[in-house]
Design a protein around this ligand. Structure first.
Ligand code: CP
Length: 360
């Protein structure tokens, strides 16, 4: 596709000042009428919100088991329209959000690359997002740039016609709705053993450039007596800002390159792939770091209740023969994404009470 002009750069008065504030001070900007309005950072979620959303997702999936229930769900938001602006590749986040919208009756539009939008003519991303707000009631974005969702939500909130923005992944920075589905999966996997409180979670792989492990780490502050083990090669160690966050919130964590040594002691293993797309030459990163792969020989080393998660897509990190093991939770995890995103959208539009009442 031909590109006609370089992207227009726009300077927004007040943005730099806002951007440089601590997240704790910024979250209020994304709240309206005492409810979260834009979903930008994982730090926006507290324990009561997380518990409520998990129970809302359970109610939606229960209702969706019957034709009558599905019809009730579809009649909740048929008057609303959502825009899926996914200009970085995605399978799960895109499809789970799209299907979550359809479960609740929303209609959807999509742009899946800047080459098919007027950005090819040089339009700025901010004007592009503002244009969506002229047509739809909700914007869900996936973008290669860190902080993209934050900036566009902030810009829209200065206009006379804002709509909620949901961050479906912004560069190597944050993936807050992935963190929601990860929490929902962990709570479900540990349902018979007291939930996520008191559990030890290993996060393995490219922790430096993996936004899912960053967002999930932020959510650990909401759970009692959790411990985190970061397992990564030296080049992909978790960044200091996350480790400082855990220390500030008294969450014990340790780091190791010896994956096998910690396998027997953890309650969940959260695998991630090497994020080649953020390298200067992605195709040159041929190393797959096999010592950070989960192999069938490891299944006898992990606990009988240990949940194996992966945000997916996977490459070689998990042997496909592990898929059959009941502890392999990653396919259940991606399905959880659709239900928790449906719960989130119902909450954003304030129809969550109707869903909960249906089952009370
Ligand atoms: N987990 C995740 O974000 O997957 P996709 O990149 O396929 O959306």
């Amino acid at each position: 596709m031909e590109k006609f002009a370089e992207q227009t750069l726009q300077e927004f008065e007040g943005w730099e000042e806002f951007f440089n504030k601590p997240v704790d001070e910024k979250v209020q900007n994304f709240v309206r009428h005492n409810r979260i309005y834009d979903i930008i950072y994982a730090q926006q979620f507290d324990r009561s919100f997380l518990d409520y959303l998990c129970s809302l997702a359970d109610s939606i999936r229960l209702l969706a088991k019957t034709k009558v229930g599905q019809s009730k769900l579809r009649h909740l938001l048929p008057h609303k329209r959502a825009m899926l602006y996914f200009v970085q590749p995605s399978t799960r986040t895109f499809l789970s959000f799209q299907n979550a919208c359809h479960i609740l009756g929303l209609t959807t539009s999509e742009i899946r690359g800047t080459s098919t939008s007027s950005e090819v003519k040089g339009e700025s991303p901010e004007d592009t997002i503002r244009t969506f707000a002229s047509y739809v009631d909700l914007i869900i974005s996936r973008h290669p740039e860190a902080g993209f969702a934050e900036k566009t939500a902030w810009v829209l909130n200065q206009t006379e016609h804002p709509v909620p923005v949901l961050n479906g992944g912004s560069g190597p920075d944050q993936h807050p709705t992935q963190a929601l589905l990860d929490i929902y999966t962990l709570e479900r996997e540990f349902r018979t053993i007291g939930g996520l409180d008191g559990k030890k979670i290993a996060m393995v792989g490219d922790l430096k450039r993996g936004r899912t492990v960053r967002s999930l780490s932020y959510l650990m502050k909401n759970y009692q007596d959790v411990e985190v083990v970061y397992v990564a090669p030296e080049v992909f160690k978790m960044k200091d800002d996350i480790k400082e966050f855990l220390s500030k919130h008294d969450i014990p964590f340790k780091e190791t390159e010896d994956f096998e040594s910690i396998m027997p002691e953890v309650d969940a293993i959260y695998m991630t792939r090497i994020q080649n797309e953020y390298g200067s030459d992605p195709t040159s990163e041929a190393e797959t770091y096999p010592q950070f792969h989960l192999k069938t020989s490891h299944l006898s080393m992990i606990q009988t209740h240990c949940a194996i998660l992966h945000p997916l897509p996977r490459r070689y990190e998990i042997d496909i023969r592990i898929d059959k093991d009941p502890r392999a939770a990653y396919w259940r995890q991606e399905r959880c994404g659709m239900w928790i995103r449906a719960a989130l959208i119902s909450y954003i539009f304030g129809v969550d009470g109707e869903i909960m009442n249906e089952l009370s």
